[in-house]
Ligand binder design. Structure first.
Ligand code: ADQ
Length: 523
């Protein structure tokens, strides 16, 4: 690549010269740590569609104390519009139909370095990271996310930023999952970790697209990127990444079974048998503290329930609900099949019959949305549904509710149940994935074993019983609010995975050197 003078890209997308940035170091980064590039399709600082966006904002920050970590994200409109300067530090060539792009570098207010993939034709649009305002997937998602994976691989090869080359890639879900494949096809021995936040989203495309994405013919087979005749981004990552993680230990076991493995359980079992699959539980960030959260209508701590009551009053008023001495149940969620929203809508009848209320904040697929709105029409004042995405309302709803419904059919980790517990709202949840790992049945919430309406309503009856005993309710709230839930443990576990992969990479370089091969990095 030709030598490149850094330029700056302002919010209007125009590049202009800026002072050199090559020597700049992230002052908060670990002094001698390894260099990790965290690659993601959403980050709450700019744009989020769900839990991945929150993890992408929190985990790299938590890892900074241990590793020299940077983030790579597509240069969406929200990233370009953030106001601050974006220095251009590199340029990458086209491959197949994947267009050229520039590599931007910006710094968040707290000093985290974020690389933005600048390719306006692919990313500068009105909509979500994955689709338009109506929720329809972008037709060129294969190119958009192949571009992201290819850029991540270019970083690992030292081709993206002349001042910084990661020695590990941390990838997240299918939009980033082609990166390990591109690394393998270019013979680059840089290790990679792929975290599965949700196996159900796989990035499937027609096999005819392979050539346009620079995927070699030999890779289109079962030991490669092929999945039932289609091209699967996620399968590529599962096959080529050095290590796989999921976001809870229970989900790491569940995905080895056909009920949860989405057809990939065979490959996942192989990876698990190789010791290359582990479950690392997500944490929640420090902003989730009811004593200090500025979004709340009233702040509160353990045993100081007046602030909690202020949020309950706000939620009831804001949603046009009646005053009530009964329990307030809540749902704050993407409204999709995974989350068991249909079961929750059916269970709303039982809640109302027993004198409770249900408030819903969420958006998602049209059928679950319509099912909930239908119940709300039948029970005005007792059931309220707001379709939309609103951080402040979400936080007030966690804070004001007594119970959170999470009848998820599967749940890789789940953040909502952790937020709810921190805010003294007890989750009523299916015993699956991260819900099983973060809720103590009868102590910090209520778990039910079978994902059915009868099991859910039985758990709701247990919640009502706890609500009737003030002493029991307060003891459970106290337990839920004080469980440690930060990111430290997860950061330490990810650091452990990185250390093991580096040690293995060093061993294999040594073996290759002794066998007479020149290590690629030395060429
Ligand atoms: N309408 C709305 N308004 C405001 N906020 C809203 C909202 N709807 C949802 N949210 C917020 O979005 C987040 C959703 O996070 P989850 O982890 O529960 O689910 P998600 O399925 O998106 O994530 C996937 O990835 C994460 C991260 O690894 C896993 O925990 C999870 O199991 C997996 O399915 C929560 O913080 C919630 O408060």
């Amino acid at each position: 690549m030709p030598a490149l003078e850094p330029t700056e890209r302002a919010g209007n997308g125009r590049a202009h010269p800026s002072p050199p940035v090559r020597a700049a170091r992230d002052p908060a980064a670990a002094p001698n740590g390894h260099r990790a590039l965290f690659v993601t399709s959403e980050m709450a600082d700019f744009v989020k569609a769900g839990g991945l966006g929150e993890v992408s904002a929190a985990l790299p920050r938590s890892l900074r104390r241990r590793l020299d970590v940077r983030v790579l994200i597509p240069g969406y409109r929200e990233v370009l519009a953030r106001g601050g300067p974006i220095a251009v530090v590199g340029r990458l060539p086209a491959l197949g139909e994947i267009p050229t792009c520039e590599i931007g570098r910006l710094e968040t207010a707290d000093g985290l370095i974020v690389h933005a993939l600048l390719c306006p034709a692919l990313y500068d649009r009105e909509g979500s990271p994955y689709g338009d305002a109506h929720g329809v997937d972008w037709r060129d998602n294969d190119l958009r996310f192949a571009r992201l994976g290819l850029a991540a691989a270019a970083f690992a090869r030292g081709l993206a930023d002349p001042g910084w080359q990661p020695d590990i890639l941390h990838l997240n879900d299918w939009p980033t999952a082609l990166a390990p494949a591109y690394l393998a096809w270019s013979g680059t021995p840089v290790p990679s970790v792929l975290t599965i936040h949700n196996l159900a989203y796989q990035g499937l495309f027609a096999r005819e697209r392979a050539g346009s994405l620079g995927i070699p013919d030999h890779a289109f087979r079962i030991d490669g990127v092929e999945f039932h005749g289609k091209l699967s981004f996620l399968k590529a990552g599962l096959f080529y990444a050095s290590h796989l993680t999921t976001v809870s230990p229970t989900y790491a076991e569940e995905i080895l079974r056909p009920e949860f493995g989405c057809g990939l359980e065979g490959l996942l079992r192989t990876r698990a048998a190789e010791g290359r699959l582990s479950g690392i539980l997500n944490g929640i960030d420090e902003s989730w503290d009811p004593r200090t959260d500025r979004h709340l209508a009233g702040r509160f701590g353990v045993d100081d329930w007046r602030g909690k009551q202020a949020n309950a009053e706000h939620v009831r008023r804001a949603h046009g609900m009646s005053d009530s001495a009964g329990p307030l149940f809540a749902i704050v969620s993407r409204l999709v099949h995974q989350k068991g929203v249909d079961l929750a809508a059916a269970a709303a009848e039982a809640i109302v019959e027993q004198g409770g209320q249900l408030v819903v904040t969420g958006r998602g697929e049209s059928r679950p949305e319509a099912a909930l709105q239908d119940v709300a029409h039948r029970h005005p004042g007792a059931v309220a549904v707001r379709i939309g995405f609103d951080e402040t309302e979400a936080r007030r709803t966690y804070a004001g509710s007594d119970f959170l419904l999470m009848p998820s059919r599967f749940e890789p980790c789940g953040l909502s149940q952790m937020y709810a517990q921190r805010f003294g709202s007890l989750p009523v949840a299916h015993r699956t994935g991260g819900l099983a790992d973060t809720i103590e049945d009868g102590i910090t919430g209520f778990l039910f074993g079978e994902c059915s309406l009868s099991a859910l309503t039985a758990a709701i009856a247990r919640a009502f019983a706890a609500f009737r005993s003030r002493e029991r309710l307060d003891a459970m709230r106290r337990a839920a609010m004080t469980r440690p839930r930060g990111w430290e443990e997860a950061a330490s576990a990810y650091e452990g995975v990185c250390a093991r992969l580096h040690a293995a990479a060093r061993r294999s370089t040594l073996v290759r050197t002794l066998a007479g091969h020149t290590p690629r990095e030395a060429r």
